[in-house]
Design a protein around this ligand. Structure first.
Ligand code: 5GP
Ligand code: ZN
Length: 113
């Protein structure tokens, strides 16, 4: 049994507010939004984070990267958005399944952290 939180969300075992899905990724609203739009874009295949994402097929990596601006457009983020992927302890990654935070709907701070 897979005890990964995001795998369980994708499987529908834990409810989520889906905003997008294709062959390579699933996207849903963060439960604790840090901006008016805060979407998590996760890989369909389980990998721990970007460091491990070399294991993904090139088509999956490209597909996820292409999906992010598509989701941003659907969310009305024509004025810009920020994409963050926390990798490992120093970045405070809390869920060990590759995900990109898509943040927008307000001006972001001009520093990264
Ligand atoms: P990380 O800290 O690993 O970069 O990001 C994990 C994100 O997952 C956090 O922003 C957190 O709010 C979100 N999150 C944790 N559990 C759930 C959940 O059950 N549902 C949703 N929609 N988001 C979650
Ligand atoms: Zn997973």
């Amino acid at each position: 049994m897979n005890d990964c939180l995001f795998c369980r969300i994708m499987a529908g075992e834990i409810p989520s507010t889906k905003v997008y899905e294709d062959d390579f990724c699933y996207a849903f609203r963060d439960i604790n939004p840090q901006a008016p739009v805060h979407v998590l874009v996760i890989s369909k295949q389980h990998v721990g984070n970007l460091t491990e994402a070399a294991a993904l097929p090139d088509a999956a990596l490209a597909g996820i990267l292409r999906a992010i601006p598509e989701i941003a457009a659907r969310e009305g983020l024509g004025n810009g958005y920020r994409v963050v992927s926390n990798c490992g302890p120093d970045a405070c990654q809390s869920v060990q399944h590759l995900h990109f935070h898509l943040l927008g709907g307000r001006p972001m701070a001009d520093q990264m952290a």
